[in-house]
Design a protein around this ligand. Structure first.
Ligand SMILES: Cc1cc2nc3c(=O)[nH]c(=O)nc-3n(C[C@H](O)[C@H](O)[C@H](O)COP(=O)(O)OP(=O)(O)OC[C@H]3O[C@@H](n4cnc5c(N)ncnc54)[C@H](O)[C@@H]3O)c2cc1C
Length: 374
């Protein structure tokens, strides 16, 4: 592959990368999708909740309704003292197997004509002046250079702290202070007491401090679900001390542990995600969520196709991507909120107010996601 040139190189075969690869390949471009890991989708770091919206419905139709583990349509909120606060209905979406989803999306990209190179790690970018010309990769123990007209960085939550976003120099345009990244784990349990298959539950309190002050309990199957914590030690502490978890996890068995880095939860998406020869998508540009990532990959693909048709890979040309995504609800809707700085004493009254915000501004926003290709 040394010195080979592609129309488009896409780094990272998560939802953003596979969608970008598929949509560019469908238009006849010569596309290379590179993935560091030896298997698409593993190690899994995600609960597999895809928020309900028109885009998700189309995705699920293609993926197959039999792939739905459970649909969700309610949101249940608990106070720090472990009392039920309220419940409301929302267009929740579905839990699916994230490994199967990622593999499905990558297969679609390959069927559309994209080339996939697994066990291929991007080490650095080839950059001249302010233009990205390609990547330096490590593959089969060898270091190689490969070139592209357009590079699409879909390298996940590590991109901004240490990956393509950082290496490209794009962060010099980021004026937002206080972006935070934090590690999180999702523990899959069997035999959780009182699991309700249609409901995502959220618990608040200082005990969940490492997880931004909250913990989600996500349903999978009967008695089976995922609970998010900062670390495994936090889980042990919560299981011992929290009035509700003490009961509900008493006989539960840890079935699997998934871990990862949450992206830009607080800092929100980068305003500028483009430079000459480069676009960033998904977590790499600061979106948190599978559908956010997929839609941004889709948008970048449309702009890449246009740019290649016009033989114009300049920042000005690619900025059409930034303009499109900034107008889209994926930029205005965040999946995560920080509850860390709240005083527990005031949390109950806050919850009532925040419940409205969660309902109106977050879930209603999530429910509107759609995107049509040109
Ligand atoms: C614990 C946890 C639970 C979550 N649960 C949910 C959930 O239920 N629902 C939801 O919508 N979102 C959830 N998220 C967020 C969601 O997983 C991400 O927002 C989503 O995966 C972003 O997709 P992406 O394509 O941008 O990046 P990713 O899916 O992270 O894919 C990036 C890919 O790039 C590859 N890569 C990275 N660096 C390189 C390199 N240098 N060279 C080659 N390849 C590279 C990685 O191996 C990876 O395959 C969760 C996140 C965490 C951490």
């Amino acid at each position: 592959m040394e010195n080979q040139k592609f129309d488009v190189i896409i780094v990272g075969a998560g939802p953003a990368g596979s969608l970008a690869a598929r949509k560019t390949a469908e238009k006849g471009l010569n596309v290379l999708l590179v993935e560091d890991h030896k298997e698409i989708g593993r190690p899994v770091h995600c609960s597999g909740w895809i928020n309900g919206c028109p885009y998700t419905e189309k995705l699920i139709e293609e993926f197959g309704r039999e792939e739905i583990i459970t649909p969700v349509d309610r949101w249940r909120v608990w106070t720090p003292s472990g009392e039920f606060a309220y419940e409301f209905k929302f267009n929740g979406g579905y839990f699916v197997d994230r490994v199967r989803l990622d593999q499905f999306l990558a297969i679609k990209a390959i069927q559309a004509g994209a080339n996939l190179s697994i066990r291929t790690k991007v080490l650095d970018l080839i950059k001249e002046d302010e233009k990205i010309l390609g990547v330096i990769i490590q593959r089969k123990g060898k270091t190689e250079k490969i070139f592209s007209d357009i590079l699409i960085g879909c390298d996940g939550a590590g991109s901004i702290p240490a990956g393509i976003a950082k290496k490209s120099g794009i962060l010099q345009f980021d004026k937002k202070k206080g972006r935070k990244y934090f590690p999180g784990i999702q523990i899959e349990f069997l035999n959780i007491k009182d699991m309700d298959p249609g409901v995502i539950e959220i618990f608040f309190g200082a005990i969940f401090d490492k997880n931004l002050g909250s913990a989600f309990v996500s349903p999978l199957k009967e008695g089976q679900g995922l609970v998010g914590f900062g670390t495994f030690k936090d889980y042990l502490n919560v299981k011992q001390k929290h009035p509700v978890f003490k009961q509900r996890l008493k006989n539960a068995q840890v079935f699997s542990v998934r871990g990862g880095l949450y992206a830009a939860l607080i800092g929100e998406a980068l305003r500028t995600g483009t430079m000459s020869g480069l676009m960033l998508c998904g977590d790499a540009v600061g979106y948190h969520g599978i559908i956010h990532a997929a839609i941004s990959g889709h948008m970048a693909a449309d702009v890449a196709v246009d740019a290649i048709n016009d033989l114009d890979f300049s920042k000005e040309k690619l900025q059409a991507y930034d303009r499109t995504r900034r107008r889209h609800p994926i930029t205005r809707t965040k999946l995560g909120i920080s509850f860390q700085n709240l005083n527990e004493e005031n949390l109950n009254s806050f919850l009532k107010e925040q419940g409205e915000i969660i309902n109106k501004d977050i879930f209603k926003g999530l429910g509107t996601f759609d995107y049509q290709s040109k």
